[in-house]
Design a protein around this ligand. Structure first.
Ligand code: FAD
Ligand code: N01
Length: 544
């Protein structure tokens, strides 16, 4: 059995090196942990990152109010018990600056920075059939070859910027929540327009409204949101979690979304109305996306779902003073089929005299004008425009790179009718290429940090396995991939998820194929990944 050459370790920091064991694209939580694991295997690996710092999501999304919506104690790495014990979160839901500090702390604590090349956007990754290696080229014109290529490019890293007519004519600054200026933006005394009412808008609107002279909110679809009930972390609960962090993680990992949603398997329809209302009320006051864990059938039965939806609608009606305005803010779709939001004072913000809601659901934005935007015959004027219009999710960042597999097959061509992967980890025709939290894995429908760790652990164990056996390439088979794609779809269609125009389905991007991309169900997914590995990478073809 071949052993890994020591020279790989010693030469990995050589300047100008162009031949590596592995290239990792992206220095978010996935990329930096991947580097750590590959280094532990003794491989020469380098991370190429477009930004000038680590953190990915938390590097780019610096808009006011940005924070996680999974409890800080859960939204963190668990690979190092020491790191887990020493890091102290300050709030129930950590802010973007605190999460970014954490990403930087991890990078330095594990001495990762020296193998991360910043300001380096990868343009292409091409598999060479003859050598069995990947050639990665960057926008700076560098070329690096590597045996393995790991795409840690993020599911929500490619911003969606709708091409409104007249956009180039707007006279003021335009921002996107997913690419926010690092110096911050002072909206004092400014008239501001914001397009979109998803999670990013819901977090930022209350804070921007406090600063701005006037805020116009352009809403195409009203969103459901539950109060975050954020605040300083309760030190007693931190102490009790840290007393046995591993058990806390293990318990949460058994939940359908891999997160402590206290999921109750009962049907919402099996209990009396009063009891159900008490349960929703308790969860509303607790403040968590676990609101949807109240009953086991909320995301399966339309009738059950409607009970939760109506509870939130009534809450909106009780918060927003103007009944006509409240009705505009009341969502009509199934609750949860677009990601549920978590807010701090979102609906109440519409009681402010300096905030105007403009419903663009039936009369779309027609054009951006030099001083605002036009909807039918009305022009709304403002000095600054914010796009809170989300992302080309899950496939966007991958398809922006010219990825070519065996025989020059382009990933974009292969995925023209929707992404096809085996386990969200690999795709047939693209040997030795791995995707972290790719489409077809629980990914965005899970607590992403543990999911990232699970993927990175799986990929590094796989690479260790093939490398040690002198396997030249490992590649998902067409059969295994087809069966998995079918299964992901079948599971999604037993739920209400495919019922609305969500980004999970690609519906937010004009022309994008409508395929439900994430896999629903963390526990069965983890079992499947373990089985595949235990059976010598079943569903993969290994060549020597
Ligand atoms: P990212 O953090 O997106 O990192 C990918 C990196 O790849 C980026 O730095 C990008 O610049 C780089 N990259 C991409 N393409 C290229 C290229 N061609 N060349 C070079 N570099 C490239 N998830 C949760 O579970 N809980 C939460 O509370 C939560 N909150 C979120 C809040 C916001 C505002 C957003 C946008 C997402 C949130 N998410 C949350 C999802 C979040 O994306 C993940 O939790 C996690 O941070 C993703 O890490 P990653 O490393 O996979 O990807
Ligand atoms: O993006 P979104 P986001 N004209 O796609 C609207 C994570 N996240 O950045 O719904 C008018 O949700 C669009 O309208 P519609 C989380 O996973 C987490 O807010 O398509 N409007 C929608 O209102 C989240 O789900 C947190 O009809 C247009 C909005 O823009 C994901 O990231 C915080 C339009 C986009 O909402 C994305 O969230 C932030 C157009 N042409 C993000 N195009 C946490 O709380 C789009 N819209 C942890």
């Amino acid at each position: 059995m071949p052993v890994i050459q020591k020279s790989a370790v010693t030469s990995q920091t050589e300047p100008g090196r162009t031949s590596l064991d592995a290239v990792i694209v992206g220095a978010g939580f996935a990329g930096i942990y991947m580097l750590h694991r590959l280094r532990q295997l003794g491989l020469a690996a380098r991370v190429l990152e477009a930004g000038d710092g680590v953190g990915g999501t938390w590097y780019w999304n610096r808009y006011p109010g940005a924070r996680c919506d999974v409890l800080s104690m859960e939204y963190s790495y668990q690979f190092s018990p020491e790191l887990q014990q020493e890091w102290a979160w300050s709030e129930r839901y950590a802010t973007q600056p605190e999460i970014l500090r954490y990403a930087n702390h991890v990078t330095d604590r594990f001495d990762l920075r020296r193998d991360i090349q910043f300001n380096t956007r990868v343009r292409a990754a091409v598999f060479d059939d003859a050598s069995g290696r990947w050639a990665i080229t960057t926008e700076r014109g560098e070329s690096i070859t590597a045996t393995y290529c790991v795409m840690a490019t993020g599911c929500l890293s490619s911003t969606n910027r709708p091409q409104f007519k007249g956009l180039e004519n707007f006279s003021g600054p335009i921002y996107h929540t997913g690419d926010w200026p690092h110096a911050g933006v002072d909206f004092s005394g400014q008239r501001v327009g914001i397009i979109g009412t998803g999670s990013s808008a819901i977090q930022s609107i209350p804070l921007i409204a406090e600063q701005a002279a006037h805020l116009h909110v352009f809403q195409r679809t009203a969103s459901y949101s539950v109060p975050a009930q954020n605040g300083p972390l309760d030190l007693d609960s931190v102490k009790s979690i840290k007393a046995d962090y591993a058990a806390y993680r293990a318990r949460n990992w058994q939940q359908p979304f891999g997160v402590d949603f206290r999921t109750n398997p009962e049907s919402a329809l099996s209990v009396a109305v009063e009891e159900r209302t008490r349960e929703y009320e308790a969860r509303w006051h607790y403040g968590s996306l676990g609101f949807l864990g109240a009953y086991g059938d909320l995301l399966v039965s339309g009738e059950a779902n409607e009970t939760a939806a109506e509870f939130i609608r009534d809450k909106i009606r009780s918060i927003v003073k103007d009944p006509a305005l409240a009705e505009k803010l009341v969502p009509r779709q199934v609750v949860g089929c677009k990601r549920l939001c978590l807010d701090s004072g979102y609906y109440a913000t519409f009681n402010r005299p300096n905030v105007t809601l403009v419903d663009v659901s039936t009369t779309p934005i027609e054009e951006i004008t030099p001083h605002g935007l036009r909807v039918q015959d009305t022009e709304y004027t403002f000095d600054r425009l914010i796009f809170a219009t989300g992302f080309d999710a899950m496939t966007g960042a991958l398809e922006k790179i010219d990825i070519r597999g065996k025989g020059g097959l382009a990933l974009k061509t292969k995925w023209a009718a929707g992404p096809r992967t085996y386990l969200g980890l690999a795709t047939a025709g693209f040997p030795n290429l791995f995707t972290i939290t790719g489409p077809g894995s629980p990914s965005v429908l899970s607590n992403m940090l543990p999911s990232i760790e699970q993927h990175v652990n799986w990929v590094s164990e796989c690479i260790d396995y093939v490398h040690r056996r002198g396997v030249r390439t490992i590649e998902a088979t067409e059969d295994a991939e087809s069966q998995w794609v079918e299964h992901v779809n079948a599971v999604a269609h037993t739920t209400l998820y495919p019922n609305c125009n969500s980004w999970y389905l690609g519906a937010n991007i004009p022309g994008k194929p409508r395929i439900f991309m994430p896999y629903l169900g963390v526990p069965p997914y983890v079992v499947k990944c373990k089985e595949v590995a235990a059976r010598g990478y079943e569903g993969f073809a290994l060549t020597v």
